[in-house]
Design a protein around this ligand. Sequence first.
Ligand code: SF4
Length: 446
Amino acid sequence: MADPKKLYIKTYGCQMNVYDSERMAEALGGSGYVETSTPDDADMILLNTCHIREKAAEKVYSELGRFKGLKAEKPDLKIGVAGCVAQAEGEEIMRRQPMVDLVVGPQSYHRLPEKEDQVRGGKKALDTDFPAEDKFEVLRKRPKAARGPTAFLTVQEGCDKFCAFCVVPYTRGAEVSRPAERVLAEARELVERGVREITLLGQNVNAYHGEGPAGPNGAGGDWSLARLIWALAEVDGLERIRFTTSHPNDMDNDLIEAHGTCDKLMPYLHLPVQSGSDKVLKAMNRKHTAKSYLRLIERIRAARPDILISGDFIVGFPGETEADFADTMALVEAVRYGQCYSFKYSTRPGTPAAERAQVDESVKADRLARLQALLTDQQRAIQDAMVGQTVKVLFEREGRMPGQMAGKSDHLHAVHVVGEGIGIGDLTPVRITQSGPNSLSGVKAA
Ligand code: SF4
């Protein structure tokens, strides 16, 4: 039997790319590939790229440059670019880096085996279409190997919101939701393989509107995310459900209510706001105000008082003044975030905000430092308040110290425990004894 071919995938960016990389590895598994952790012994290198960060395309070109020597040594090595940069740059990638054999956009991964055939035959392959077929259904025919206790499951892709700073509507296309029954079948299969926690993924996951069977009252056809979550909660062996990333305008009443009543839905919500200034929110085309966001947080907390809120912020958006930034700080004070991602605004070619007058870099850096200091204080205070409490932890892996196990609490805090009698996949009560900069420590509770 021929030795398997080796596939090296480097993944950039969000959890959706992590999920997509797993699917690509599985799709190419059918063409005789096994994954390798180093590019040096690979027969195919795939860069699964992200367009969110500044100068993303330039970084991909320089990364490709690093593989030139390898390609010269091994002419049979095939090099591919996938993900959002592939979608945005298309043929330009092969023009600038002729050693690239394959360029494939996020909607075409199910066609990877046929593209691989093409490149093995010495041709170049480019596929950045937005085809109508369900790529996930094709990709679902995965090998049934056991896996860890947590998994991502993409239920929705694309975005119709067109925030002025964001490339997603251009690189991932319009909002598309997977049919509910396909999501449920994939979830059941994941649980059979050992998964106990599923995070539903979508660029705009709470805008999920999947086709589904009618309920007992005859209402069917269009399932909301809340309805999907309730159906997932019925899956035996699935203990925890999370979802990310949400838009404030798509937090409907049913989803808020599910946070209060569905035991398997974890008390954690990532709800980006980006700015606390209505003027900046309008310029960002966010279609909500600071006040409507704060009102929404109040309603969510009324449904689930202990929910941990996480968010995203962009500082130094074109036109942001010191007064606008003060509004952002006031919103952060009002919300009290348990976790946050915050960045200086940086231009994305092709987006409306890229053409506007930019805020000075030193001003952006100063504002980001002040915002991050406040967010770190809040995150730490919420984490410190867990000391003395008993929380449920799903253990995912061994820790770095001897005898240590690492997992996540219901609130998504990283928790470390040293001691006997804990295995990977155990969902165990832990009494928190200590709070560190980014994680909690504890002991197994009786
Ligand atoms: S809602 Fe999210 S994905 Fe959609 S355009 Fe805005 S930031 Fe991008």
